[in-house]
Design a protein around this ligand. Sequence first.
Ligand code: ADP
Ligand code: MG
Length: 700
Amino acid sequence: MNPNFLQTPIDYLKGVGPNRADLLRSELGIHTYQDLLHLFPNRYLDRTRYYTIKELVRNNAEVQIKGKITSLKMIEGKGRRLVATFQDDEAIMELVWFRGHKWIKESIKLNTVYVVFGKTNYYNGKFSMPHPEMELLSEHESKLRSTMQPVYPSTEKLSNKGITNKVVNQLMQTLFVEAKNDLFESLSKPIIEELKLMPKREAIFNIHFPQSQGDLARAQYRLKFEELFYIQLQLARKNQHHKSKIKGYPFTKVGPLFNEFYNNHLPFELTGAQKRVLKEIRYDMGANAQMNRLLQGDVGSGKTIVALMSMLIALDNGFQACLMAPTAILAVQHYQGLIELCNKLNISISLLQGSTKASDRKIIHEQLENGELDILIGTHALLEDKVKFKNLGLAVIDEQHRFGVKQRSKLWHKNEFPPHVLVMTATPIPRTLAMTVYGDLDVSVIDELPPGRKAIKTVHRYDANRLKVFGFIRDEIKLGRQVYIVYPLIQESEAMDYKDLMDGYESISREFPLPDYQISIVHGKMKPADKDYEMQRFVNGETQIMVATTVIEVGVNVPNASVMIIESAERFGLSQLHQLRGRVGRGAEQSYCILMTSFKLSSDSKVRLETMTRTNDGFEIAEVDLKLRGPGDIMGTQQSGVLNLKIADIIRDNDILKIARSYAWGIIKEDPTFAKAENKIIHFVYAQMMKFKNIWSFIS
Ligand code: ADP
Ligand code: MG
């Protein structure tokens, strides 16, 4: 037994010459025996069934037939071809070759039973099968191959150069016979026993040569588990490393500010979820490591108060805190909200944004550096080099998807130790993805809305019904409510979108004329100051209608707004629709979301609209979104490796993922140094994986 045998270059395998080796490398990334063994089939053809020629029907499926070739003839001229008459006990058909005539003529045995396999054509009352895969029956039955025939990933170039599925199959067979003694177990005994997993060697055998549907299923389960397990192990390791290596300021006390606020100034009872999340944050910041926590909570779930109370803990421990928001509007709103909440507390809070005057900036910079300022709220402006904290202890980042990792880490370099970081997002990351992509972050979830909220009613209306919708708006405004009307803004066609918005604004102005109605308009082409002014009028209730592009998407809080109209809703993605809807339903009144579309809808649009009208649950919506778009389009997935999975699928195999996760995290928790004898094997595999940077380049 040679431990390096599987690392043998693919060139050395019987049946692989230098040309084929080059093709395998360039087309499929197969460099070694190991790589080839882990080329997993995309699908399997069921070859359990033999058809008779009489049974053939005109369809596109591949069929398998037993029969004899009784004669062969060349047909010359255009479409020159070799035609064989093929017959079973009852009927006759043709086998046809347009290429490779010489080889076929030489190798075919007449009047001997073959098994042919392929798609059939029907022409002039006769079935024919072009370029069949064929084998003598005797050979077929003796093969190390099952009735479930694997179909391997391939490329056009490979099949053009004659590396057909059959060839790959043959190579696999040669290799398996040579390598089977070198296929070592790669999971620990307890895991295999508890989960009754198929042993490694058997799994590799059955994935390539399944003996039955049942064996194949068990082989797939085992290999998927293994793949997901080692990814999770990597994440758990990273998380643990972070906790043990990256020191943070331990906030040991919950002091006077927190208690004063909690006992005397809390404007409402915290929800159970808010309390639980606060406890998680307190515990995390109290430990000896830097907190790196994601706080997920649907729109309106009350993340702000959690952020504030976390910041008060930082202050109680003698540190400063900051809160960074993605837009000026939001930063201002946070600032005003926090000032109000804290007006009885003796703390200083400032706002820093792009438009802050130089003279004010100077004061802020000074107060930050000498520690007079306790909390700084702002936009990206917080990341400017001039902004230096005396001792930043906690950075809260609202709506994390708007900030890149680089920007986040910029805050870290402001002081000696990195501050604790709390990232808040209202875009629920599907649980599935949170487990894989963000698996190394700690996650807190507020999964409960403050009491008394009425579920938002969502309906879909066609543009043709616009007049009715206007009537509804009028009724709501009569009741004293406010209304958002949102237009899509998609970069590529900005000019057109802008025109849509302006046309819409005009028709709404006509429909809702002054002086009875006041309308705000906010869009990306406006100066920030004008935007803020218009926004502020709406926040203050001076205008009843807000016509806007998606700049209002994030975070804005106007509890009196009860209607959200989304124009051209078919052009928005699910998460954006859900975000926009979250602007309403923040007060005690019944709120509505109306999705306006034309009649022309793609099937994906239909699913999105159906999902929105069916549920308000952000997590459920996020899962649908993930299914529609696949993980590739979702932030953060590119770097995570979830897209490079060879056999598992994080959506379809979510159940396996959960089990793999719990095992991996359990091991890291109980035996972080892999000291137990039973975990040695896992340690070995893990080390190899880190070395080769590829899960399957070592698992064996
Ligand atoms: P988001 O999670 O979207 O940032 P906010 O923090 O803006 O939500 O809270 C939404 C609204 O709910 C605010 O008006 C806030 O004052 C209110 N709120 C938050 N928590 C509670 C609670 N426990 N009980 C009642 N109202 C609450
Ligand atoms: Mg918020």
